[in-house]
Ligand binder design. Structure first.
Ligand SMILES: Cc1cc2nc3c(=O)[nH]c(=O)nc-3n(C[C@H](O)[C@H](O)[C@H](O)COP(=O)(O)OP(=O)(O)OC[C@H]3O[C@@H](n4cnc5c(N)ncnc54)[C@H](O)[C@@H]3O)c2cc1C
Length: 344
């Protein structure tokens, strides 16, 4: 067995992988696909490991860690610029690079850990913005056909924290991501009430780009949404449950109980706050849930690993919390982190 996955996940949990290769040179991709053919299953793709719960047991296969970096830009007219980033590029670096170049469209994604290549997988988003808003295409390797293809955004199946890439685990490796950003000194209009309030401006305001990035980082810091380098909350994968979709009856019940409701970008579907549901069931920041597994010191929706934690205990805790919310509130929660476990 090879390297421990715990070295590469922000929860610092996970047993050894049979083999782990780090991909740093885009030109070497064909060689890597060739090497991967000796394994019976397609490789498991690892980015920054910030949305992964890797099992304690050994992973019997190949893991490829995407560490290619590089950003290129191309003027496309009408004040738009096409920005293409390699999959291993840290997303936050791309955000600050774009803001420094006066390119607007991804500024509200500041402070999200992980890589550009993983962002389309769960259509990573925050503060009313998601990667799908500006993504025009990805280049991706299809392990089913063995070919590398360019997929336009319309073929990516984006939805709330989901995509075809997430729905077909093991099929796709994203190699590059292309975004269409707008040349401007100003950020996209604020659509997220909490951020507008933090800046004391009306919804729809377009703050200067550096101000928008700084406001998001300050707000994330205040709410425990940045990944700390050390301290009690440093081992985590962010929110552990997605905000669940509600039926009209559930939405009415949550509203009557004073709970916040979020509308999907389509304006139709209504979601509850998973954090609020946990709080309604008595969970609170700092709470000990299992040996080594706690709610973060800042919010119930982020679970953290501390001394003595195992992936097994972490996964069992997610199951227990989801069952409790379903029993007490009649609403089913789905975990956000992706489980990496041996295939049955
Ligand atoms: C403190 C904190 C705050 C967070 N805040 C947010 C937030 O506001 N919004 C949000 O959406 N998420 C958030 N997250 C979750 C996470 O950071 C994002 O989902 C991020 O996009 C994951 O990137 P990653 O590179 O770490 O992916 P990983 O965790 O390495 O992988 C996640 C999934 O993507 C797949 N994958 C990774 N790279 C590739 C690739 N190149 N090709 C194909 N598949 C790939 C993996 O196989 C896995 O299924 C947060 C996490 C933390 C720890």
């Amino acid at each position: 067995m090879g390297e421990q996955l715990s070295q590469y996940t922000t929860l610092r949990l996970g047993g050894p992988a049979q083999d782990l290769l780090t991909h740093t040179d885009p030109a070497a991709w064909p060689d890597l696909t060739h090497a991967a053919r000796r394994y019976p299953e397609p490789p498991f793709m690892l980015g920054g490991g910030s949305n992964i719960l890797a099992a304690d047991t050994a992973y019997p296969g190949l893991v490829i860690r995407m560490a290619t970096t590089g950003i290129t830009t191309r003027l496309v007219g009408d004040g738009a610029v096409e920005v293409t980033a390699q999959a291993g590029q840290p997303l936050h670096h791309l955000v600050t690079h774009a803001a420094a170049e006066q390119l607007s469209g991804i500024e509200y994604l500041a402070g999200i850990p992980g890589t550009v290549g993983a962002a389309p997988v769960q259509n990573t988003g925050a503060y009313g913005q998601q990667i799908a808003d500006t993504l025009t295409a990805v280049t991706a390797h299809d392990w089913h056909t063995g070919r590398t293809v360019r997929l336009p955004a319309a073929s990516c199946g984006f939805g709330y924290r989901t995509s075809h890439f997430k729905a077909q685990p093991g099929r796709w490796t994203i190699l590059t991501v292309t975004l269409r950003l707008t040349r401007s000194h100003h950020a996209a209009p604020i659509t997220y009430r909490h951020l507008a309030d933090a800046l004391d401006v009306p919804l729809g305001t377009r703050p200067p780009l550096p101000e928008a990035v700084a406001a998001v980082l300050a707000d994330r810091r205040a709410r425990g949404l940045l990944l700390p380098d050390d301290g009690p909350d440093s081992r985590q994968a962010g929110s552990v449950f997605l905000n669940p979709l509600l039926t009209p009856a559930q939405a009415a019940a949550v509203h009557a109980a004073g709970g916040p409701l979020h509308r999907n970008a389509d304006g139709e579907a209504v979601r509850a706050s998973a954090g609020w549901l946990l709080q309604q069931c008595g969970h609170h920041p700092g709470q000990r849930l299992a040996p080594g597994v706690y709610c973060s010191t800042r919010r119930a929706l982020t679970l953290v690993a501390r001394d003595g934690a195992t992936a097994t205990a972490f996964a069992a805790t997610l199951h227990t919390l989801a069952s409790q919310v379903e029993r007490q509130m009649g609403i089913r929660l789905r975990p956000e982190p992706v489980s990496v476990s041996p295939r049955p």
